[in-house]
Design a protein. Structure first.
Length: 126
């Protein structure tokens, strides 16, 4: 657990530095942009640690988008993210079913990030 907390702290520092370089303090995220991004997310995908699925956001009231826009703008301006958005679930996936199932080289890790962090990532890509 100690190493994981150190990794999260390192990740937060890297992300904060990236955000400070990326975002000017005058840049606001529009709720319409958040709504557009949420609409484009794929359905029936695995969710992250927070257990918020894409469908939760898609079928929620439209009133949630201004609130998310305010939160995301604050994250970008201040360069701070909640720890819950930094955690992922690592799932091992078998590369070759005909190969050794118990061989460590026959697995690749898949990281399941939270839906909200996916939305923020897509905002950063704009």
């Amino acid at each position: 657990v100690g190493d994981m907390n150190a990794d999260v702290t390192d990740c937060k520092s890297l992300f904060a530095n990236h955000l400070k370089q990326f975002c000017s303090t005058n840049e606001l995220i529009l709720s319409s942009k958040v709504g557009d991004i949420v609409k484009k997310l794929k359905n029936n995908k695995a969710y992250g640690v927070d257990k918020i699925s894409t469908e939760h956001l898609k079928f929620a009231s439209r009133n949630i988008f201004p609130l998310l826009a305010i939160c995301f703008t604050g994250f970008l301006i201040h360069g701070i993210l909640p720890n819950s958005m930094l955690y992922v679930i690592l799932v091992p996936i078998v590369k070759d079913r005909a190969g050794k199932i118990n061989g460590k080289d026959n697995y690749q890790p898949i990281a399941l990030a939270s839906t909200l962090s996916k939305v923020l990532e897509k905002i950063n890509q704009l």
